[in-house]
Design a protein around this ligand. Structure first.
Ligand code: ATP
Ligand code: MG
Length: 556
């Protein structure tokens, strides 16, 4: 028990302490609160795994709450994408909630605040209001409208709501303390006028609540016990509590905000605003471009839900912001795919081999194991013939002893097939090797039990039979940014660090068993990495995304 306690993260410790004092287990309730202004990214995965993970640990409900208070940036297609991503990650929410469902309640509460002298309509423009805020060491200046009568405030607020005032004419502000050391407590804006249609409430509202007013009250309405957010909200906590104290009656249960550190990933950006820019400027094709650090991009790239959950769990929850090397995310992909992805053969950069002593026109179907890591995965048949492709890089006319691949006069084993020996490199006029002539040892067939089949040769190569091979498109990805932290340079915008070579499209040849593979199916191309069938595939041309290589090519 002591041991277990030690491994609790600080968020779990807070909950355990609360359970020891004034909370009961069935009061626990959490939420994940995305704003539907873009797609979820790998940073969000940490928040999702935290909140839904706590739900599983404590058998407590977790709401999916859309923080949809800004119609300028929000769209229902983002709502749909977010729901799909959370589901795909393997989590189930208790209720699907929207801050916009609480607009009437929030309005009614704001009216109460006005009546109690806790809010007022300010008729100054936003620049003036900002100037009056003061600095952390210097008190702000009170607005000349701060002491409007309740009646006038009510009349104006209603006019704002009905769209009878212009957009920037008035705002509603909380009346707190213009000299508070916490700048956020200096009469923050609660409502602004926006004559813009909302994706759910259409034109019902001409005023929209600000984040601080909407968020805590939404937590209160849903009776969330612990509202976890990222560290930048720490100074907002005082305001969060102030707003809740204004609507929370004796005996009510106020939610509690606690903060954890954002997770960043190297060689990319995790901010919806920046990711949107990459899409809008055509750096990537879409939000789900396999180079994007979005959940949908990673899914299309071939990541599994388990690999993303494992990534989030392994980096844990912290109090200090940090940047995780993308190599760690790739490691998590490999670890999971190694267990589950069937092995196949595909040649990315073909060199033709002619086996001169293999009869012309003959074909054999050889048995290959689908996944040595999974004994239930069975076998398949792969065709062999006189002409095969191997990787260009797997042949050299001459090479030193460390080159355990094919070289003139030496032998290698073809995976699941025979031992071959390179006899002659056939060249064109320019001296480029166009094909290699080999001979094979007829008795060396893998698994045949003969002495020759047990013969040890140094290298084993993957291959595909030329007449049976399927031509496919392969998309190879590199890091989207050339530097670890594209935001590090304060002088240069992150867009300056985009890697111009983050995508290479090539033609490749794969074994015919892949012909029936459907979009989303994942494979290990032996010796080449993990690949996933892309949604752009057509009956004429399959497209494969390389998820990751087999080894971390960046660490040398
Ligand atoms: P972005 O800057 O990308 O728009 P955000 O914080 O504005 O991010 P929200 O939709 O408001 O995006 O986030 C939903 C939840 O996910 C919030 O609780 C937020 O704190 C959390 N979150 C967002 N980004 C990260 C991150 N990089 N690491 C951990 N949690 C995150
Ligand atoms: Mg946000």
């Amino acid at each position: 028990m002591q041991e277990e306690k030690k491994s609790l993260n600080f968020i779990e410790q807070i909950i355990e302490e609360d359970l020891q004092s004034n909370y009961t287990k069935n009061q626990l309730k959490f939420r994940f609160p995305p704003e539907p202004n873009g797609y979820l990214h790998i940073g969000h995965a940490s928040s999702i795994c935290l909140n839904f993970g706590l739900g599983l640990t404590y058998n407590a409900p977790v709401n999916l709450r859309f923080d949809d208070t800004n119609p300028i940036k929000e769209e229902s297609r983002y709502v749909e994408a977010i729901k799909e991503d959370v589901k795909w990650l393997g989590f189930e929410w208790a209720e699907e909630c929207y801050a916009s469902d609480y607009f009437q309640q929030l309005y009614d509460w704001a009216v109460e605040l006005i009546k109690n002298g806790d809010a007022y309509v300010d008729s100054q423009d936003s620049e003036t209001i900002a100037l009056q805020k003061g600095t952390p060491s210097e008190a702000g200046k009170e607005s000349p409208f701060r002491n409007r009568s309740v009646e006038e405030n009510l009349r104006l607020f209603e006019a704002m709501k009905n769209g009878e005032t212009k957009e920037k004419e008035h705002v509603l502000r909380a009346k707190i303390d213009m000299s508070s050391p916490n700048m956020l407590m200096r009469d923050p804006v609660m409502y602004r006028c926006l004559h813009k249609a909302h994706h759910r409430t259409n034109n019902d509202w001409k005023i929209y609540p600000m984040y601080d007013w909407a968020h805590g009250e939404s937590d209160f309405i849903e009776q969330i016990s612990h509202s976890f957010c990222t560290l930048e909200f720490l100074p907002h906590r005082e305001l969060y509590n102030w707003f809740i104290s204004k609507v929370c009656k004796e005996g009510d249960f106020p939610p509690k905000q606690r903060e954890f550190a954002r997770r960043n990933l190297s060689h990319t950006v995790v901010s919806k605003r920046k990711l949107l820019k990459l899409v809008e400027e055509g750096v990537v094709e879409s939000w789900d471009d396999p180079r994007m650090p979005t959940i949908s991009g990673l899914r299309r790239r071939g990541y599994t839900p388990a690999s993303i959950r494992n990534f989030a769990d392994s980096i844990g929850i912290g109090k200090r912001e940090n940047r995780i090397d993308v190599a760690h995310l790739e490691f998590c992909a490999r670890e999971d795919l190694n267990k589950t992805a069937p092995r196949v053969m595909g040649v990315l950069d073909p060199l033709k081999i002619v086996i001169t002593n293999y009869p012309e026109g003959k074909e054999e179907w050889l048995t290959a194991e689908n996944n040595p890591e999974d004994e239930n995965s069975g076998n398949r048949e792969v065709p062999f013939s006189r002409e095969i492709y191997i990787e260009k890089e797997d042949f050299r006319e001459e090479a030193n002893r460390k080159f355990f691949r094919l070289k003139l006069g030496k032998e290698v084993r073809l995976k699941n097939a025979y031992i071959i020996k390179a006899e002659k490199a056939v060249k064109d006029e320019d001296g480029n090797i166009v094909e290699v002539h080999c001979t094979y040892d007829e008795d060396s067939k893998s698994g045949s039990g003969t002495e020759a089949s047990k013969r040890k040769v140094k290298g084993t190569l993957h291959w595909v039979s030329v007449p049976h091979a399927k031509r496919v498109e392969v998309r190879l990805y590199d890091r989207l940014f050339m530097v670890e932290d594209p935001d590090a340079d304060k002088e240069k915008d992150f867009m300056n660090f985009v890697n111009p070579d983050s995508l290479a499209v090539i033609e490749a040849y794969v074994e015919p068993s892949l012909a029936s593979a459907m979009p989303g199916e994942k494979f290990q191309f032996q010796r080449k990495g993990y690949f996933c069938v892309d949604q752009d595939s057509t009956p004429e041309l399959q497209v494969f995304n390389r998820t990751v290589t087999l080894r971390d090519s960046w660490k040398g």
